[in-house]
Design a protein around this ligand. Structure first.
Ligand code: ADP
Ligand code: ASP
Ligand code: MG
Length: 447
């Protein structure tokens, strides 16, 4: 099923009404299990029991698995170790890092077979999950769902490797970027016209902020696609950003659940009643009690660059940011300060920390064009964001944020806003204090 063609055909509407909804009995369910959920054979057996529950209830199940926790990190480290003298070939990086998921898919299929079920594993290239050629961060373009659908109809469980696909032109394995199995699961749900995409992880839902940082964080029974998209793109890694984009465009009912709840203690998917566990990502009009601020996110992989004393004349911003854009370096926050005499300006902006060396190189090369300047940079910064669709209709959220941070003596280096979020850049040392403070400030603390 072509991801883009379906978008055109369905007009982006609720395109995944499946047989379960029509018949009211059986649902087509995509279940995704993350790295900690498949970390060893015992946990894979636990995953198989979650799958068993759904199959025994009459649901048709496709499972998407990540690699065992830590496996992908190890594979990435080996790639770097094998090519210390040059920037490694992205095609071979993908060939190596995609292997972690093949192991868990095969092991889960074996476990299910051992329990008496018909199960078969599938890698990205076998399905095939066709992607763009952006190796290491490829986008899914097309997943033909017909063959898997036939197998589900015949009572087989499909176990699919997350995180990967194939770039058809060069016929090479591709990967979707870290955390990409979430995206594999949502895309597969679109291709199979699934009723629901259940993302099982090590927390029992989406929380007001990362529960590892703030023990008082609360589980949100529902969160809108828009807010989840902001949370994910601003650093909450519970769902990969692209997976939320896809879920939003195709209106995939997506839930976040814990695989560590005993499989027998959970009810099988019933399309008439999905909402009593985990978090459901849904349309904003389905959320009755909307808070002004729903969540707080933080991103540690930020870097700040300041260009000092550059001539303040028309076109200078274009001469700085043009070459960065050409080099595919994404600039996020931008602050400009004109010197008191009005002749020169300082320009501060943020980029991904991993891009810092490349950005400095690009600026050096562009110096002839930009004119003389000094440059300072640091990756010892974090971006803290407050998110909520209620901000559209409430004033004062930003000033509350600035006051709360200043009361704690936390200095703000840069600010950016959109309709439903405010982000600030602060020193990394204050990250946890800032998240905790803002969590209380907006009344999000639970017991
Ligand atoms: P998986 O391996 O299952 O994909 P991840 O580690 O990618 O799991 O994502 C789950 C983690 O996301 C949780 O353990 C939690 O620490 C983190 N997280 C960050 N922000 C949030 C949030 N707002 N709600 C829930 N979890 C969050
Ligand atoms: N195994 C991959 C990673 O660690 C993909 C995923 O877990 O979603 O990034
Ligand atoms: Mg993940």
């Amino acid at each position: 099923m072509r991801i883009r063609d379906r978008l055109a055909a369905d007009g982006g509407g609720r395109g995944v009404a499946g047989p379960g909804e029509a018949a009211g009995v059986m649902a087509v369910v995509v279940m995704k299990f993350g790295g900690t959920s498949v970390a060893n054979i015992e946990r894979i057996r636990n995953v198989a029991k979650h799958v068993k529950r759904e199959v025994d209830a009459g649901n048709k199940v496709a499972v998407v698995v990540s690699a065992m926790s830590g496996a992908t990190n190890q594979l990435v480290a080996w790639v770097k170790e094998a090519s210390p003298n040059r920037i490694y070939d992205p095609l071979e990086y993908d060939a190596v890092v995609a292997t972690g998921e093949q192991v868990t898919a095969g092991l889960l299929a074996l476990t299910l077979q051992d329990m008496g079920y018909k199960a078969r594993s599938w890698t990205g290239w076998q399905i095939p999950v066709k992607t763009s050629a952006a190796h290491g961060a490829a986008r899914i373009l097309d997943i033909p769902g017909e063959d898997i659908t036939k197998r589900l109809d015949a009572g087989e469980i499909a176990v699919v490797t997350g995180f990967q696909g194939i770039e058809p032109t060069a016929n090479r394995i591709s990967t979707l970027g870290r955390g990409g199995s979430d995206t594999s699961a949502v895309a597969l749900a679109v291709a199979l016209k699934a009723d629901v995409c259940d993302i099982y992880t090590d927390v029992d839902g989406v929380y007001t902020t990362d529960p590892r940082i703030v023990p008082k964080a609360r589980r949100l029974p529902k969160i809108s696609y828009e807010e989840m998209l902001e949370m994910a793109s601003l650093g909450s890694k519970v769902l990969q950003t692209r997976s939320v984009e896809l879920a939003m465009v195709y209106r995939v009912r997506t839930r976040v659940l814990s695989s560590f709840v005993a499989p027998e203690a959970m009810r099988a998917v019933d399309m008439k009643n999905l909402e009593d566990i985990g978090t459901i990502v849904c349309d904003e009009d389905e959320i009755v009690e909307q808070q002004v601020v729903s969540g707080i996110a933080y991103a540690k992989d930020e870097a700040k660059v300041t260009i000092l004393k550059v001539d303040d004349k028309p076109g200078v911003a274009a001469r700085i940011f043009g070459p960065l854009a050409e080099a595919n370096i994404n600039v996020d926050m931008i602050v400009q300060n004109v010197t008191p005499d009005g002749k020169q300006t300082d320009m501060t902006f943020t980029i991904q920390a991993a891009e810092l060396p490349r950005a400095l190189e690009v600026l050096k090369k562009a110096k002839a064009d930009i004119g003389p300047f000094e440059v300072k940079s640091s990756d010892d910064v974090v971006k803290i964001s407050v998110i909520g669709i209620g901000m559209r209709s409430h004033a004062g959220v930003a000033s509350q944020m600035f006051k709360a941070l200043s009361d704690k003596g936390i200095n703000i280096h840069a600010i950016s806003t959109s309709e439903i979020k405010i982000s600030v850049l602060i020193d990394a040392a204050y990250a946890e204090l800032a998240v905790r403070t803002l969590h209380s400030t907006y009344g999000l603390d639970g017991d």
